[in-house]
Design a protein around this ligand. Sequence first.
Ligand SMILES: [Cu+2]
Length: 209
Amino acid sequence: MGRRLTLAVAATVLAFTPMACGHQQSQTPAAKPASHARPDPTALSGSGTFTAPDPASKAITYNPSLAPADSAVLASVTPSGYGYSRTVATLVVAGLQPNRSYAAHAHTNACGRTGEDAGPYYQNRIDPAASSQAASTNSRYANPRNEIWLDIRTDAAGQGTSQTAVPFGFTDRRPGSIVLHEATATPTAPGQAGATGAPIACVTLVPSQ
Ligand SMILES: [Cu+2]
């Protein structure tokens, strides 16, 4: 399975790697984002075979029936576009339950002993009403343009790929992980946005080499 995942990942990366942005750099300076903060060009990635919670593991399962301990994950979060003002994220899984969808997103912190350790969803503009006790459910903030949603569907072999592009880069903060949830999709209705059930698995993002 490891090799199959590696091949799938290589194909995904080749297919989705943003083109060198030479032609985009010829745009006029007026196209620059208004923010004075410099976007961070650092690409992030995380991969591994899911294990039980373990400080040495970058890929953790909290629910071995939905994310079996021998299943595998690869995630990448790559700044792209003019001034690194956009971000492309991909998620590839292998060995999960076949023909099932999983809600998935970038969260603020690295994976930890419990699913809650990953913190809330990473938001570009942070919902001022959200707190550690109350997740952001305001769809002005909890939406797939202000957060990084990677809801994924597996095939009959338990493999799946998802990708998203969001209209923001990273300046003062970066996401710390990608978390898969029990829910099969991320709801978007007002008041329900982001309600996706228990975290079932997590992969920590680190700067790519
Ligand atoms: Cu999430």
